[in-house]
Ligand binder design. Structure first.
Ligand SMILES: C[S@@+](CC[C@H](N)C(=O)[O-])C[C@H]1O[C@@H](n2cnc3c(N)ncnc32)[C@H](O)[C@@H]1O
Ligand SMILES: [Zn+2]
Length: 357
């Protein structure tokens, strides 16, 4: 029933079959892309101790050890998972600490024993273990690698769930995914500030059914205050697709483009969602073509922090045929505004221009 798999430079056993919770130990081959990216980012951070909090087969931790040189601690509450983790550690001839604890209890044991990197890769959202991770991570230059698969709440399909989980209001716009990504980062920032600590998104992205954040810690109140300066709200006009960030006391009454009613989302992160220098390092630290593609796309996106426009949606709204993306971007740039593509949408344009059709 177990099969031998290989990812990057690491061989390991995992159950074959469809990646569902019904597997004796969870393993999803489709997430290999994210594990390749995570290895590249871990390499850029230069090693140390890494916790794989929800390890499953142990593959994330194993790859951190073998391909990025980390000392690892692998944890999973499931006895079947721990049995398989032991087998995989032995097969790879690495030394690793293995634990079978609840994620939060596990993380709390590192309270006075700061670690360099913590990966939380759950079914659902990392947010239920986030506070515990903050207590364990080192306060300067630590790396949090976080998965959230709850795209429905974050993208506005279940508003109440998003409010409970992230204390934020999502919105069902054509760029709902970007709002989801920004709500996630914003929630992390707001949960971190109380410790006079800050987190900064060095890389974040959405792919299919999941969001993934890579946050770097910085110590001290000055940086924590600076971080909170990036928390904002979003106002959106469903009539003309205008959108803008606003602090609550600066909410606009009406749409500045068409005078229509404005809806809102947030609080959310209105700053950059990746560090351009880290993106360049990712390019150096991996040979994976798709990882390189994502890293250079995400780097280019950091020029503009306003959510992208979906050309398809905008042309439908204006009842005109959809123009070619490259032509439209050229036209926007000729008008002196910025225009880039986005990894979040094939027909998306990120620009500091007002609705441009
Ligand atoms: C999505 S899987 C991890 C997949 C793995 N990281 C990978 O890349 O293949 C989530 C894992 O968390 C474990 N788990 C669920 N709840 C937990 C908890 N409260 N504490 C510890 N482990 C938990 C499950 O047994 C499962 O193996
Ligand atoms: Zn409007």
């Amino acid at each position: 029933m177990m099969e031998l798999f290989k990812e990057g430079g690491t061989e390991f056993y995992a159950p074959e079959g469809e990646a569902t919770k019904k597997l004796p130990v969870f393993y999803n081959p489709a997430m290999e892309f994210d594990r390749d990216l995570s290895v590249a980012i871990l390499r850029a951070f230069g090693g140390g101790r890494c916790l794989d909090v929800l390890a499953g087969t142990g593959i994330r931790g194993l790859r951190a050890a073998k391909e990025a040189g980390y000392d690892i601690v692998l944890n999973d509450c499931s006895p079947e998972a721990v049995k398989l983790i032991k087998k995989n550690v032995a097969r790879n001839k690495i030394s690793a600490e293995i634990r079978q604890q609840d994620a939060n209890l596990f993380l709390r044991t590192f309270k006075c024993d700061k670690v360099d990197a913590i990966d939380i890769d759950p079914f659902g959202s990392f947010i239920v273990a986030y506070d515990s991770a903050l207590r364990a991570i080192k306060r300067r230059g630590g790396l949090l690698l976080l998965t959230a698969t709850d795209t429905a709440p974050l993208c506005g399909v279940s508003v109440k769930t998003c409010q409970r989980r992230y204390d934020a209001r999502p919105i069902r716009t054509s760029y709902a995914k970007e709002v989801g990504l920004r709500i996630l980062i914003g929630a992390c920032a707001r949960m971190t500030a109380k410790y006079d600590l800050s987190v900064w998104p060095v890389f974040s992205y959405n792919h299919r059914h999941y969001f993934r954040l890579f946050l770097k810690t910085e110590n001290g109140i000055t940086k924590a205050n600076e971080m909170l300066g990036n928390i904002s709200y979003l106002q959106h006009c469903f009539s003309c697709d205008w959108r803008g960030y606003a602090k609550t006391d600066w909410f606009k009454e009406k749409c500045p483009e068409c005078g229509g009613r404005l809806d809102w989302a947030g609080p959310l992160w209105a700053g950059g969602f990746a560090d351009v220098d880290l993106c360049k390092e990712i390019l150096e630290k991996t040979d994976e073509r798709n990882v390189k593609k994502l890293a250079s796309m995400v780097a280019s996106e950091q020029e503009v922090t306003l959510p992208f426009y979906d050309l398809h949606h905008l042309s439908e709204l204006k009842k005109i045929p959809s123009p070619r993306k490259a032509d439209t971007m050229g036209r926007i740039r000729d008008g002196g505004k910025k225009a880039t593509e986005t990894h979040l949408c094939r027909t998306g344009i990120r620009t500091d221009s007002t609705p441009f059709l």
